[in-house]
Every structure is written in C-alpha cells, then in structure tokens.
Design a protein around this ligand. Structure first.
Ligand code: HC1
Length: 573
C-alpha cells in the first residue's frame, strides 16, 4: 500500500491503484465519461481531471497512478470550471434532441450536464451531419450523437476481438466507423450489441421492433404467443427501480399477460428441450466417435463469430437450434396441433436479453415447414418500454405463473442465462444418463463465475468428460486457438458471445459506467438465476414432466427424425 491524501484526507491504498480507483473506493466520486472499468481507459475525455500537488497541468484521474505521498484535489474551482468547459465543448457538436432520444434519462452526457451545472450552452459549434446506419437487424448507429469516447471501439476490438469499428478521419471530421464506411451489417459484426451497452449516449441503440409487436397484438387474426429468455427476469426489474440482481419472474409474466399476448410462455422450457437434444447429441458423439469437442450453439453472436473467424470449427457446433427457436418451432407444430390453431396465424415473439437474437430469428436456417420459428424479437429494454407505454405499474403487479401447458421449467433451464449455465444444465442430464442413476451432486461450481475461461473434468459412468466454458468472444478466440494449436482438448465446450453470458447481453438494461465501478453486474444478475434454480422443485431438464409428455406425445425420443426436422440445423461455410 501507499499513503496518499485526497482532498486533505489521509488514505492508505493499494500501490497499483489509479487516483480514480483510490477516490471511488473511499467514497469520493469523480465524474467520468470515456472510462469503462476493465474495458476502456484512455484518459481522453478529460472529465475526470483532478489537481495533483506539484504537477503543472490538471491530470486525468482514470489513468494517473497513485504513489507514496501523492496529494490530490478533486473538487477545486479550477477543476470544476475546466470540467464544465470540456463538457460544454462536447455538447456544442452534439445533436441535442434529448426529448426524443432513446437514452433520455439514461444518457451519461445528460446526467453529467445536470451534475456539473451546465444550464446554458456557451459554444454553438458547427455540426457534422452523419447518415444513420440502420440496415442491421440488430444495431442502429447514429454518429450525430457520438462523443468519440471510444468505449464501443475498445469493447469491440479488445474484449470481443471483432474489431469492425474504429475511429477514422481527423480533427473535426473524426468519427467512429467501419472500414470503407460500410453498413455494419456488411461487416463481420456479430450483432452482440456490447457496443450499445458500452455507449454513454444514444449513438448506438437496438433496432426497435416494438411497433411490430403492438400491431400483431392488435390484429384479431393473429394468435400472438410470447416467450421470455432466462436472463430477462434477472434484468427487467432494473428498468422499474428494483436493485440489480432482483428476479422479477412473476411480475414479468403478469406484465406480459396485461400487454395482451394470447399466451405467455417461458423460454426456459425451450432450454430444457435443448438440453434433452444436446445431451443426447453429446453422448452420441462421445460413444460413436463423432466430431469433438462439441460446442454449444445457442448464442447467435458466437455462431456468426465462428462463421467469420473459425470456419474450421463449424462441424463442432451442436446441431441444436437455440432454445427460443426450438420453442418457436414447438409452438407452431405440437402446440398448434393440440389446440387446433392454424400455425400460419401464430405469431411468436421472443423477449431476449440479446440483440443478436433479432438477427438469428431472420436466418434462413430458422424455419420449419415454410414458417419462421420466431416472428419477432424484442430486447429486455424494448419490453420495459412497452410496459411503460401500456401504463402498467410494474412494481405493483402481482406475481403470476406462465401459461399452461408449459408453466413448468427446470432450474437447469433457468441457469442458461449465466455463463456456464448451459454446460451445467447439460452435465446434470448427461451424468444421469451415462451413470444410469440420478446423481445428487448437481451444482458444478467449476463452471460457474466470471473467470474468462473455465475448465472441469467430470467423471460420468466411468468416462472422464473434459469440458470448458468461455464467455466474451476474446476468450472464445483464445480457447479455440489453443485447440487449433493442439494445446488443449475437450469433449464439450460452452461459448457465449457476451461476457458473463446472457445476463450481460446487449439487450439488457443499461447500467451507468460509474455504477459498474462498484459492482459486477454479471455476478449480481447471475445470482438471481442461481437462486431461482435453488428454489426449483425440478432442477434437471429430463425430470421436467413437460419434457416427458412432449416426447411421449410428439417427438418420441431425443434425436428422432421429427426432432431433427424441427429442432436441429447446420451452419455451413
Ligand atoms: Fe440466452 Fe438462450 S440462454 S441464448 O443466453 O440458450 O439471449 O437468457 O434465451 O435461446 O434459453 C439469450 C438468455 C436465451 C436461447 C435460452
């Protein structure tokens, strides 16, 4: 540790801290804008400037290291005045259509203006006029609202290693763009949307599909079924003032019903079905010399990353469609038949923590019998918007159940939303199948948590099954490169495009960067899912009675001909 003084207060702080970290940990808030913990640390926006005793100029606290005897002032007139001028200059070229901006009330530039007391804008500068890129099914880029903080660039380049956006041009013409100014959808962008949740303003946002859903609900000819992903329940509450990590499953079901959907189902049921198919596929591959390692295929950002960067691994992908696509196919086949509904009239809406799911739902692979498995996808944020538009007072809703016949899902289905959850769910089922008996120890702690790459060896019926879990595409790249180079080998791998898994997806509520310095959003939201699993009466997918019924009634057995027709696909180069 080193001894320092901030605002005259003596502190002992770890020697590798920055001034920002030392201040924050001791209850002194310094405004930031370009800084994003563990992701973006450039010191370029100058919002976090502080006075350092003995230094000639004001210094950026986010990059200034502490040292023995350092004396810092964070709140002098000079500091405050300079921060305000910097902010006013940023605002002078920023499109200030705040009232109609998607980030109204969650914009970091807006909250800084309030915090720093900017009540008039002194400088009205020339404005650039950029074309909005809204061709992608998932992401809209509006450079008129960009403040060049580069948080999105660092996320895309360093964390995801996708690197399709960067700063280009110089001076007044500097902008964030793609190579040759192509539309995002014409690049190797994987649609993960991590750029959106990194953006402090409205320069990046999801493609909004809410109007389509309102139209479908209002159409008497349509039978509109909604399903919600595991991770949505762990994030939605934040939009209504609940603390991060509060599960709101019952209120969410109640809200969906009040929005006017004809049926409200849980994608966790689809997750159970995925495990039935995927565990069966894994055992087949292990026992019959199939392609290994088998890699999970439910994260569409990961699939697209694989197609662009690791086409030699496409045969390793599980042939299972992702849970919401499987469930969409079941609703338009089994459920339609059972209830005598014309499948052409069924409109399936998926509420997902992910914006890549919008892209996935439109992929040619995702249809059965000429019908789309899923007709529209909205993110957790869009669902929150619809609930607000409908005047539903979310916090006052009672807790309700999902609709029959799919009102029960297992705890294994719930944990899909956290990194390692798909693996754990698959292991619970594979262990029982291979061992020929019900295994009691079902919490696989080695695959839980936010370490970038996790490994475990699990003995099942005498076979040592080697598994690995990677989340965030940079970690996936590392893991696959190790396999390519022969440095590692596994039977089964789970890959999720977003760090932390779906709980931290690009469609989840946006958490201010300053709050992210204090809490790990991924861990808090994951807790909501693990607690729901712990409280579940059924914790293994194959013990969900709805699965037994579905196979007895319809699919016969996992991997059957019909299951392959409706629930599986392949990705080709
Ligand atoms: Fe996911 Fe999945 S877990 S991919 O993260 O397999 O989005 O939550 O819905 O489909 O079930 C996302 C979450 C989600 C699918 C499931």
């Amino acid at each position: 540790n080193v001894n320092i003084k901030i605002n005259g207060i003596e502190l002992s702080v770890p020697a590798d801290y920055t001034v920002l970290e030392a201040a924050r940990e001791n209850g002194i808030d310094i405004p930031t804008l370009c800084y994003l913990k563990d992701i973006s640390k450039t010191g370029s926006c100058r919002m976090c400037i502080v006075e350092i005793k003995g230094a000639r100029a004001l210094q950026a606290a986010c990059v200034y290291p502490v040292s023995e005897g350092l004396e810092v002032m964070t709140n002098t007139k000079k500091v405050r005045d300079q921060r305000r001028v910097t902010l006013e200059l940023l605002l002078s070229t920023h499109e200030k259509k705040c009232l109609s901006c998607i980030r109204n009330k969650s914009c970091e530039l807006q909250s800084l203006s309030e915090e720093l007391g900017v009540d008039s804008i002194e400088f009205e500068g020339d404005m650039n006029s950029f074309e909005i890129d809204d061709v992608s099914p998932s992401i809209v880029r509006d450079n008129n609202k960009c403040i060049l903080c580069r948080r999105c660039v660092n996320m895309c380049k360093d964390v995801q290693t996708v690197a399709v956006i960067d700063t280009m041009q110089r001076g007044f013409n500097t902008r964030v763009g793609t190579a040759f100014e192509k539309a995002l959808s014409d690049t190797a962008c994987v649609n993960c949307g991590q750029c959106i949740v990194s953006c402090p303003t409205g320069a990046l946002r999801e493609k909004d599909n809410t109007q389509e859903i309102w139209d479908a609900i209002a159409d008497d000819d349509k039978y509109v079924v909604v399903q919600t992903a595991p991770a949505v329940r762990a994030g939605l509450g934040e939009e209504f003032g609940f603390p991060i990590g509060t599960p709101v499953t019952g209120k969410m079901a109640a809200a969906l019903r009040r929005l006017g959907f004809d049926k409200t189902f849980d994608t966790d049921t689809g997750a159970d079905l995925t495990i039935m198919e995927e565990a069966n596929e894994l055992l087949e591959r292990i026992q019959n010399g199939g392609k290994l390692p088998m890699i999970t295929s439910c994260s569409p950002g990961w699939i697209k990353f694989c197609e662009h960067n690791f086409p030699d691994f496409l045969d390793n992908l599980s042939s299972c469609k992702s849970p919401h696509e499987m469930f969409g196919a079941v609703i338009k086949s089994y459920y339609a038949k059972k209830n005598n509904i014309d499948p052409k009239k069924i409109f399936v809406v998926s509420v997902m923590p992910c914006v890549a799911k919008k892209f996935e739902a439109g992929r040619p692979e995702m249809e059965s019998d000429g019908l789309r498995d899923v007709d529209a996808v909205i993110s957790t944020r869009e669902l929150a918007r619809m609930i607000k538009q409908a005047g539903i007072m979310f916090d006052r809703l009672p807790d309700e159940e999902f609709d029959v016949p799919f009102e029960r899902a297992s705890g294994a289905g719930v944990i899909f939303g956290a990194t390692g959850g798909v693996m754990e769910a698959a292991l619970r089922t594979a262990a029982d199948t291979l061992g020929g008996k019900s295994v009691e120890e079902i919490e696989y702690n080695d695959v839980r948590g936010v370490e970038g790459i996790k490994e475990a060896t699990v003995n099942m019926g005498g076979i040592d099954v080697k598994v690995a879990v990677a989340h965030g595409l940079g970690n996936a790249r590392k893991l696959l490169n190790n396999i390519r180079e022969g440095k590692a080998d596994y039977h089964f791998i789970e890959i999720m495009a977003c760090s932390g898994g779906c709980v931290n997806g690009g469609g989840q509520p946006i958490v201010p960067s300053r709050l992210k310095m204090d809490i790990d959003v991924r861990t808090e939201r994951a807790k909501a899912l693990y607690s729901e699993d712990r409280d579940s009466k059924i914790r293994k997918s194959h013990e969900n009675p709805d699965m037994t019924l579905l196979y007895e009634d319809f699919f016969e057995k996992p991997g059957s001909h019909l299951a392959h027709e409706l629930l599986h696909t392949t990705y080709k180069e």
